[in-house]
Structures are given as C-alpha cells and as structure tokens.
Design a protein around this ligand. Structure first.
Ligand SMILES: [Zn+2]
Length: 337
C-alpha cells in the first residue's frame, strides 16, 4: 500500500465508524461501534481511537507502519466546529464535548496529519469524489436521517464557509414560527419537518386528532418514519397525508437551495431516502414546479451511493482534498500536524 490511502473517522451521535480508504474510494477496512454518548467524551474518544487502530490492522497495517503508509487522517463530525484548527466546539449530538482538539488528538494517536470537517460537508465531498456526484462541478448534498445535514460542492470545490460551519441546508427556514428544531433551537427549520425523528413526531401529534389509521395500532415508540412510509404505500389516508406534506416541505427547502446554487445534481442520502422513489418522485416533481426556470430544469435529483459507509467515505474525501490539493488562492489548505 502506498500513501494513496487515508484513515477515516466518523463521529456520530449513535455510531462511531472508522476505515482505511483508497484514493479510488475502495474501503480497505470498515468498522463501527456504538458511540454511547452518555459515557462522556473521554470514554467515547478512547473507543474511537481504538476503533481506528482496529481499522488500520484490518487493512493489514501495523501501528508503526501507518505514518509511512498513509497520507493522513480525515475526521467527520457534526458542528459547530472549527475546521481550520480541527476543534469540535460544542456538537449538540455529543453532550459534554466542549472544545475538543480532535485533529490534534488523532495526530497523537496515529502520528498522522489530521483534518476535521463537518460531516455534512464531508458527505458532499464523498459523494462528489467517490459516489453519485463523480464528474459534476456543482453539487448539493442532503442527508435526511435522525437530523438533516448536508453540504455543497461549488465549481469543483467543497464549500466550508469561514470556519467550517457553512452549508447547513437542514437549518434553512421553511416555516416562520414553525416547529422547534431540536438541533439548533430555532423555529421552522427544514430538519424540524423532514428528518426521520420529525416525521415520527408529526405522526404522533396527528394521532391526537385522528386515530382512523393503522399507525394508531402501534405503540408510540414504534411509530417511525419507515412505518409512516409503509402505511402510506399501503393506502393509509393519514400516513399518505403526512408523507405528502413531508415531500412538499422537503421540495420547498430544496427549491430555495436550487435557486441559490443552480446545482447540476442534488444528492439525497440518509435513512429516510431508503424509501427511494416514494420520496424522490414527488420531490422531483415539486422542485421542478417550485424552483425558478433554468435552475429547476438543470438539477437532477438522485439518491446517494455511500450508504452505511457515507460517513467514512466523506471523512476520507476531505482528507484527500485537504492533504493533497491547494485552495484557489494557491496556498495550502490549513492542516494541523
Ligand atoms: Zn435548525
């Protein structure tokens, strides 16, 4: 193995993932463990770095060889964070993680130059480099799962904003004075309507007014976005209404994004998109209707290819980008080594 591979770490609220990824997107190893956020940052970080070592070993690398054999380490995590200094500021999905210098800690653990980016930004970079977005110049990525994350590739470059917190499509406002967003606390975010959690929550609320639905037969904790989708497919009226509203609001958010960026491609990933055309077909039709002329026509809407490995592929993509390429001004991208 030459140094055309990287170690990639993905820090989620439920799951930690690590893998060694080759330049062409081939995962040489891929491992996950539960995050167990309730145990606090120290125990979780310990588990993360142990997982990284196991990923190196599963790819056939002894710890002492990693530095020579790999280009570096990429880390993806939800923000807020500082991608330049590699510090996690205070991610809401990781209670107690305050100002964690994660890139430096990864460097200490593996002896590798390490870079940090928002997981949504990393996901966009991953789909652009390895997945559905290969060969495009302008791409929008949205992951619709527990929350709604995402990122942007503009003119072939990953967009980060000033400190790595730019490109949060889940937190554009779709309803003024609307539902409270669990991630950011504001009212009316896209995430507060179309995330898996929010779809289930809206279903439970609807049941308080109308129980003529198969969902009424389920215990509260079994009412999930997947159950709503399934009931809608089977012709349940309330579920179909909830699903249609979900598609409509997602399309409203996407139409605003399409108007802003005129992307060639909109890539949708995350658990909720496992419903496939049940989500995509109405969303395509509505975005075409809601977005402005040429931009609406230009944007193809497809599902992501990263699947369960999206986080690791994204973290790998940002490592390849930042450790081998230079920014538009001709200066190396900031790294911490
Ligand atoms: Zn929000």
């Amino acid at each position: 193995m030459t140094n055309s591979s990287v170690l990639a770490l993905d820090i989620g609220g439920t799951k930690l993932a690590a893998g060694v990824v080759r330049e062409d997107g081939e995962t040489l190893s891929f491992l996950t463990v539960p995050t167990r956020v309730e145990e606090g940052p120290e125990a979780c970080l310990d588990r993360l770095f142990t997982l990284g070592h196991a990923a190196l070993s599963a790819a056939g690398l002894a710890p002492q060889d990693a530095r020579r054999a790999l280009l570096g380490c990429g880390i993806g995590c939800g923000g807020p964070l500082d991608s330049t200094s590699g510090v996690l500021v205070a991610p809401p999905h990781l209670p107690g993680w305050l100002n964690i210098p994660i890139a430096q800690l990864a460097h200490d653990a593996y002896g590798l130059t390490s870079v940090l980016d928002n997981d949504g930004t990393a996901g966009a970079a991953g789909e652009w480099r390895f997945g559905a977005g290969r060969g495009t110049r302008h791409l929008v990525y949205l992951t619709v799962s527990t929350g709604v994350g995402g990122g942007f590739v503009i003119d072939g470059r990953t967009y980060r904003g000033a400190a790595g917190n730019g490109g949060e499509p889940g937190h554009i406002t779709v309803r003024s004075e609307g539902r409270t967003c669990k991630s950011c606390g504001r009212a009316g975010c896209l995430e507060a309507y179309v995330s898996g959690t929010s779809i289930a929550e809206r279903a439970r609320e609807a049941l308080e007014f109308d129980r003529r639905t198969v969902l009424a037969g389920l215990p509260d904790d079994e009412i999930t976005a997947a159950e709503v989708a399934r009931a809608a497919r089977e012709g349940d009226e309330l579920a179909a209404e909830l699903w249609q509203e979900t598609c409509e609001i997602l399309a409203q958010g996407l139409a605003s994004i399409v108007n802003l960026y005129e992307p060639e491609l909109v890539v949708l990933g995350g658990g909720v998109t496992r419903t496939g055309e049940q989500l995509l077909a109405p969303v395509r039709e509505k975005v075409a209707r809601l977005a402005m002329g040429p931009a609406a026509g230009a944007a193809r809407i497809v599902t992501a290819t990263g699947g369960d490995r999206a986080g690791v592929l994204g973290a790998a993509a940002i490592a390849f980008e930042r450790l081998t390429e230079h920014d538009g001004a001709g200066t190396p991208m900031p790294t911490l080594s």
